[in-house]
Each structure stands twice: as structure tokens, then as C-alpha cells.
Write a protein that binds this ligand. Structure first.
Ligand SMILES: C[S@@+](CC[C@H](N)C(=O)[O-])C[C@H]1O[C@@H](n2cnc3c(N)ncnc32)[C@H](O)[C@@H]1O
Length: 578
């Protein structure tokens, strides 16, 4: 289903409204108070009110009233009487100074609104007899984005109960915007319109899955507007605009891509397409143009497997104090501690892992050059005097007080994960890599490990690290992973498990053509020539073996690059906070 609903009205009407900053940045962060650029507020409001001069409009977290101003102006343009406008606009906020400021701005503009100081989750929906607020034609605004760790248990329970009353069960990890969105929709008339700013994680995070399902069942039409550039300077979050209307279930969304808020106002929307939605899972691939998205879904479903069909990604050891528990051989010898007190590990970090494998020879080399190649893991009954001395040094440094040490007995014996067949680098600037582990060493939590299933052990270890360097897997990583601080792509074990990697039959066929050139490609990778290696793997795996046309392979490579550049570029905010 496709709708054409994005009708931004007029010019930038109140671009000069200054941002109101009544409290400190920290206090604002705690309230989730990052204010919407007027061009965005105006665009959402104009759409939500459409041509209805009698529209009742609610902003559930109105702050200094940027949406209410936009709504008042729109209603006035449509011919509403000033007295009626005041009765038709409702704004809620917990923060009195923000409401005062909203009142002042409205007055300056000869407008009025009903402003209520209240926690929105305590405002009954109009379905209740004792409700203070009537059914609404439009619900607009920018919900606070406060992570679950930052608000209290009671507030969280209230929010979850409000969402549950609308039929949405959220888990305890949900950030504040999620229940707020659901509760806000409880105020809409059946044909009403919801137009809100939402964090882009709406599309990607696990806890928002009930929201994604609910959007599909609750609304008849859902539109998403994505920005190519960050719109909120200090919120660090990428946003989407959620524009939904009607009651009923929709099986497709309309997606719009714009560069920034100004482009919204100029209505230079350059890309719209219908998308068939997955029943569950993430929707990050909606960010891609339709043809790339469809091609990716087809190839990854038909010719690729999930990584966990080879083996399950697992977390590495969390020691609680790597500086103490991960030792160089020099330190071990200084304390005269026997090797038996240790397990060999790949040293913390991933910088030493540039190639396709980590071998025993590389481990020995790191050992000689001062790498922290040992993990302290003594027999709990050890009587070693040398160990006692080392532990006393740790006690003097306060190591036993580290959280992880306080929850295990004895504190000085970190758990050790079984030696994995593959390493999986899960924090990546460019893309996650699989590395064959033939060193006999285990890992700390700077990497995940994968123990391969028996049937695919040899093929998986020999071939997968090279053959995973293809454009479909790289695009899959951008889609399945999450963008972390500094543009880093992060994949938790659950996300890594779903990474599309070539299925065993195609791996075997491609490996028979590439195995002789492994050493050369490994050397190229170590020199940093990864783009050349990916090109070569694409040529053999995707074109020769899978018989994908060259244009399709180029499209996948460009789609992966598009998402990678988007991810890394969005860490540098451009627009100013309004
Ligand atoms: C992201 S700001 C949006 C403000 C304004 N609508 C805008 O876009 O500029 C979120 C606002 O929500 C308010 N807020 C946070 N939690 C709230 C709650 N539970 N009920 C009502 N308002 C809340 C904050 O005080 C803040 O003003």
C-alpha cells in the first residue's frame, strides 16, 4: 500500500523561535528534553492537522511548546477562531518552567492552549470515564528519550502499565519513548493521526519489537521519514519521523528519505517506496532503497545461512580487571609463577588480529614481544607461594572489589570459556570479521567466540574467515548490528547469530577455487587491502559460484558502503539544536 501524505505546508514559519534552556544540560538529559527543530515540528503538525480547522490536537510532552505553536498557527491559517484554538490545543509536561515558556511563546504569537503539568502516564485516556482530555484528531510531539537505567522503578512500572492497557507488553529494557508512543495513541480518534519524532532505534532494537508489531496492527497507514544527517545536535541519536493514521492493520509502510529538516520544509523528498515488512526481527534494511533491499532479502534467504547454523557465537571471559588477570610472560616470570597457573589467551583487544587466522606461532610471537597472552586461572586449591605474592599485590590494588570479583569464589579465578574455533570481532569500524583460531588460546570479552558444529568444523575454520568477506555478509552486518558510539558497529552474540554467511555448499565450491590463493589474500588483508579482498571474494563466491549478475553484486557492495558511510558520518552532528 502506498500513500502520498507528506504535505509540508508553507515556508519556515517560526524558524526564529529560540531554544529554551531553563535547566542544565544534565537535568534536560534526565527528562529526555532535547528540543525539536521547528522545521520538523511544523512538518509533522501540518500533516497531522491536515485541512481540519476544528482538529483537537495533543502534545503529550510539549516542553516549550514548539509543536503547539506550529499547531496554533496551522489552525489559524485554516480559519479557526482564536478562542477555539485555545480549547483545541492541549499540552502536557512534567516541567513547569517549560510550560511557562510555552505559555509565553503562545501568548507572543497571540495563541492559547490548555497546558497541564502532569506526568503523561498519569493522564487517563478518553476511554476512561474520569478522563480529563477528550478524543484527539492529532497527537504530535517528541517523546523524551530516557534509557531504562535512568528512570526509577515506579515510573517504569507506570509506563509499562500504560502501554499494556493499549495491548502492548514491553520488557524492562524499553526506553521511555516506547511506552509513551503507545499511551499517546490511546488518545486518538479512530481516524486520528499520530505524527511524532522517534529514535531510529525504533527500527532496530530488540525491546522495540512489540512496538513494531503494534504499529502494524494498530494503524491503517504508517509512514517513516528517515534523515541522512543527524537532526538533534546533543541527543546523539538518529531519529525517524513516525507518521501514522487510521485504525486497522497495514502490511506495508511508506518510507521517505530526506537529507535534513530543511529539505522536509522544501518538500524535496527524493525517495519513496513500499516495503513488505518482516513479521518479526529488525527493520534496519528499510533504510535501503527498495531494489537493494529486495535483492538482499532474496539472496540472503536463498543462498546464505545464518552464522549459528555453523556454530553459536558466545561471549568471551569477563575478568573484572583485565590489567590484573591478563598477564604478559614477563610479569609471569617476574613473579616466578608456573605456566600451569594460566590459560593461554588471545591478548585483550583485536589489533593483533589483522589476518584470517590466529596461529600458535603468532601467539608465541606475542608472548615474546610482551603481549598479555596469559589469563590467570589457577587450581582453586593451589598452594603456590608465587601465586600468593601476586594475589597480595592484587589485593593491595583493590582488585577483589571489582564487581565481577565480588560475585565469584575465589575472586582470583575468572571463568574460562572453552577454546573457540573462530573469533568474531564484534565492535567494528568497517565490518565484523571471523578469524580462525588454531592457537589453542581462549578469549576475553573483547571478542566473541564461535565453536563450530562437528559436521562443518574443518570447512568452517578453513574457509569461512575468507568467504565471510563478501558484500552480502557485510551488508547483513550493517543491517543486523547496531551503531554504537563513534560510529562503531556492534553485534551482540544474538545479532551475530543471525549474520548471513554463505551456506556450506557454496562455501565448499568457492573454497575449492580460492584455497590455493589463501596465503596471498591473507597477506593483502594484513596490509589493509580489505576492499581488494572483498572484490575478489565477491567475484568468485557471488558471481562464479552463485551466478549473481555483476550489477547485482555492485548494488550489494554499494548498499553496504551506503550504510557504513551513513553510520560513521552520523556521529558528527551538523544541524543545530533549536
Ligand atoms: C524531547 S522533549 C520534547 C519537548 C518538545 N515537545 C519539543 O519537541 O521541543 C521531551 C519533554 O518531555 C517532558 N517529559 C519527560 N517525561 C515526561 C512525562 N512522563 N510526562 C510528561 N512530560 C514528560 C520533558 O520535560 C521534556 O520537556
Amino acid at each position: 500500500m502506498r500513500t502520498h501524505v507528506l504535505t509540508a505546508g508553507g515556508a519556515h514559519r517560526f524558524a526564529s523561535v529560540p531554544a529554551f534552556a531553563p535547566d542544565s544540560l544534565l537535568a534536560r538529559k534526565v527528562r529526555g528534553a532535547f528540543f525539536t527543530p521547528p522545521a520538523i515540528a511544523q512538518f509533522l503538525t501540518d500533516w497531522a492537522i491536515a485541512g481540519n480547522a476544528n482538529a483537537k490536537v495533543l502534545d503529550p510532552t510539549c516542553g516549550d511548546g514548539v509543536f503547539l505553536l506550529a499547531a496554533g498557527e496551522r489552525l489559524r491559517e485554516l480559519g479557526a477562531r482564536p478562542a477555539a484554538i485555545g480549547a483545541h490545543l492541549t499540552g502536557i509536561d512534567v516541567h513547569e518552567p517549560s510550560l511557562d515558556q510555552a505559555r509565553a511563546y503562545l501568548r507572543e504569537d497571540k495563541l492559547d492552549a490548555t497546558l497541564i503539568r502532569k506526568d503523561f502516564f498519569n493522564l487517563e485516556t478518553p476511554a476512561r470515564i474520569d478522563a480529563d482530555v477528550d478524543w484527539q484528531d492529532a497527537v504530535i510531539g517528541n517523546p523524551p528519550f530516557v534509557r531504562y537505567q535512568q528512570y526509577g522503578v515506579a515510573a517504569r512500572k507506570r509506563a509499562a502499565a500504560a502501554a499494556l492497557a493499549q495491548g502492548v507488553r514491553l520488557n524492562g529494557l524499553a526506553s521511555s519513548w516506547a511506552p509513551l508512543l503507545v499511551h499517546a495513541a490511546g488518545f486518538l480518534k479512530p481516524e486520528g493521526r499520530l505524527a511524532m519524532v522517534a529514535p531510529a532505534e525504533l527500527l532496530t532494537v530488540g525491546y522495540a519489537e512489540p512496538i513494531r508489531r503494534w504499529l502494524r496492527s494498530r494503524f491503517e497507514r504508517v509512514n517513516l521519514v528517515m534523515f541522512e544527517e543527524l537532526q538533534f545536535e546533543r541527543a546523539e541519536e538518529q531519529v525517524v519521523l513516525l507518521v501514522a493514521e487510521g485504525t486497522g492493520s497495514c502490511d506495508s509502510f511508506t518510507i521517505w528519505h530526506v537529507r535534513d529538516a530543511d529539505e522536509l520544509a522544501r518538500r524535496h523528498i527524493f525517495d519513496a517506496s513500499s516495503a513488505a515488512l518482516r513479521d518479526d526481527g529488525k527493520w534496519s534494511d528499510l533504510i535501503l532503497p527498495a531494489d537493494s533491499r529486495q535483492l538482499f532479502r532474496k539472496v540472503s534467504t536463498e543462498r546464505f545461512a545464518r552464522l549459528d547454523e555453523y556454530g553459536t557465537p558466545e561471549l568471551g571471559t569477563v575478568t573484572g580487571a583485565n590489567d590484573f588477570f591478563a598477564l604478559s610472560d614477563v610479569t609471569r616470570r617476574q613473579y616466578r609463577m608456573d605456566e600451569k597457573l594460566f590459560k593461554p589467551i588471545s591478548p585483550p583487544g583485536t589489533r593483533h588480529l589483522k589476518g584470517l587466522s590466529f596461529t600458535r606461532a603468532q601467539w608465541e610471537e606475542l608472548k615474546l614481544s610482551g603481549g598479555r597472552v596469559w589469563l590467570l586461572h589457577p587450581d582453586p586449591k593451589s598452594k603456590s607461594e608465587a601465586l600468593k605474592k601476586y594475589l597480595a599485590a592484587g589485593e593491595a590494588q583493590g582488585v577483589p572489589d571489582a564487581y565481577k570479583c565480588t560475585v565469584r569464589t575465589p575472586w582470583w579465578r575468572p571463568p574460562v570459556v572453552p577454546v573457540p574455533d573462530l573469533f568474531f570481532t564484534y565492535m567494528s569500524h568497517r565490518y565484523p570479521r571471523l578469524i580462525a583460531n588454531t592457537s589453542g588460546a581462549t578469549i576475553l570479552n573483547s571478542m566473541h567466540g564461535v565453536r563450530l558444529n562437528t559436521g562443518v568444523k574443518k570447512l568452517g575454520r578453513d574457509a569461512l574467515p575468507l568467504l565471510a568477506l563478501n558484500s552480502i555478509t557485510m551488508l547483513g552486518a550493517e543491517i543486523m548490528g547496531r551503531s554504537y558510539g563513534g560510529g562503531i558497529l556492534k553485534m551482540e552474540p544474538r545479532e551475530a547469530a543471525g549474520l548471513p554467511v554463505p551456506a556450506a555448499d557454496v562455501v565448499a565450491a568457492a573454497w575449492s577455487r580460492l584455497s590455493e590463493r589463501r596465503a596471498g589474500l591473507d597477506a593483502a588483508l594484513r596490509r589493509g587491502e580489505w576492499a581488494e579482498v572483498v572484490r575478489e571474494v565477491d567475484r568468485v563466491l557471488l558471481m562464479d559460484v552463485m551466478r549473481l549478475p555483476a550489477e547485482s553484486v555492485t548494488a550489494m557492495r554499494e548498499a553496504a558502503a551506503f550504510l557504513r558511510i551513513r553510520r560513521t558520518r552520523q556521529t558528527e552532528p551538523r544541524a543545530t539544536e533549536a
